[in-house]
Design a protein around this ligand. Structure first.
Ligand code: TMP
Length: 239
C-alpha cells in the first residue's frame, strides 16, 4: 500500500493526496455534496464510501473494455489509488435522454428519448459557472487541441455504449453523465475524476424513478437510499 502524503487539492466532493510514488495519487471521496456551482451545500451520509465503490466498479468495467483510465486500485472504504494526471479543464457530457440543462436549452420535455446521442463540452471555470463551449471556443482558449477533442468525443461515445449496456442489465436507464479526462506524464489521455450518482443521471427503467444526485439538487428526499440502490444493483453492496 502506498504511503499517503500531503493533500494536493481539495474539491467539492473529493480530496487528492500525494503518495510516495511520483506518478500516483490517492483520491479520498467525501460525503459533501454541492449543486448549482456550489450555491447549494449539504452532506449525503455514506456518499464517500458508496461513490468510491460505484466508481471502482465503473472504472474496472471500462478498463476491461479497453478504455484508458486513471484507476489503479481501491485502497479502503473511501480511498482509491489513481495515476497522477493533469486534468483538462473540460467537462464532457453525454446524453441519451433529455434532462436538466439540455431539456431547458432546447425546449424538450425531460424524459424525451434523444434520437441521437448528444455530446457537449463545458469549460471548467467556477468564476464563469462552467459554461457550454464550442470546439472553436476550446481551440481559441487552448483547452485542448482539435485532435485531443476528437479523442475525447470518441472515448466518451464508446464509454456511453459500454455503460448503457451494463446498466440496462440492472434495469437502469443511463440518462446522461459527465466525464473528465487528464493527461499522464507520457502524454496519454486517460479517463479521470469519477463516475457515480454525483456525475450521472440514472433512472429506474420501469418507473423512471430518479436514483442519482438530482434527488439532492431538487430536494426529492431519499438521497442516501438512491445511492445505496445504485450500489446494490451494481452488485457492490456487501452488507
Ligand atoms: P446538466 O443537465 O445539469 O447539464 O447535467 C448533465 C450531467 O452532468 C448530469 O448527469 C449531471 C452531470 N453534472 C456534473 O457531474 N457536474 C456538474 O457540475 C453538472 C452541472 C452536471
Amino acid at each position: 500500500m502506498p504511503a499517503k502524503g500531503e493533500m494536493l487539492y481539495e474539491g467539492k466532493a473529493k480530496k487528492i493526496f500525494l503518495t510516495d510514488h511520483p506518478e500516483q495519487v490517492i483520491v479520498e471521496y467525501k460525503d459533501d455534496a454541492t449543486a448549482f456551482n456550489g450555491q447549494k451545500k449539504g452532506q449525503i451520509a455514506g456518499k464517500g464510501e458508496m461513490n468510491n465503490r460505484i466508481a471502482s466498479i465503473f472504472f474496472k468495467l471500462l478498463e476491461a473494455k479497453g478504455i484508458p483510465t486513471h484507476y489503479i486500485d481501491t485502497l479502503s472504504e473511501r480511498e482509491m489509488l489513481v495515476k497522477k494526471v493533469k486534468i483538462l479543464p473540460l467537462e464532457v457530457v453525454v446524453r441519451n435522454i433529455a434532462a436538466g440543462s439540455l431539456a431547458k436549452r432546447i425546449g424538450w420535455e425531460e424524459g424525451t428519448i434523444l434520437p441521437k446521442t448528444v455530446v457537449e463540452f463545458y469549460y471548467k471555470n467556477d468564476d464563469l459557472g462552467d459554461p457550454l463551449v464550442t470546439p472553436s471556443h476550446i481551440d481559441v482558449l487552448e483547452l485542448a487541441t482539435p485532435e485531443q477533442l476528437n479523442v475525447l468525443e470518441s472515448l466518451a461515445r464508446d464509454i456511453n455504449v459500454y455503460l448503457k449496456a451494463f446498466l440496462s442489465d440492472k434495469n437502469l436507464l443511463l440518462v446522461d453523465f459527465k466525464l473528465e479526462f487528464g493527461i499522464d506524464s507520457d502524454g496519454n489521455i486517460l479517463l479521470a475524476d469519477e463516475i457515480s450518482p454525483d456525475t450521472c443521471r440514472f433512472w429506474d427503467a420501469d418507473t423512471r424513478e430518479k436514483l442519482d444526485k438530482d434527488r439532492f439538487r431538487r430536494d426529492l428526499g431519499s438521497v442516501e437510499e438512491a445511492y445505496e440502490e445504485i450500489l446494490r444493483r451494481l452488485g457492490g453492496l456487501t452488507r
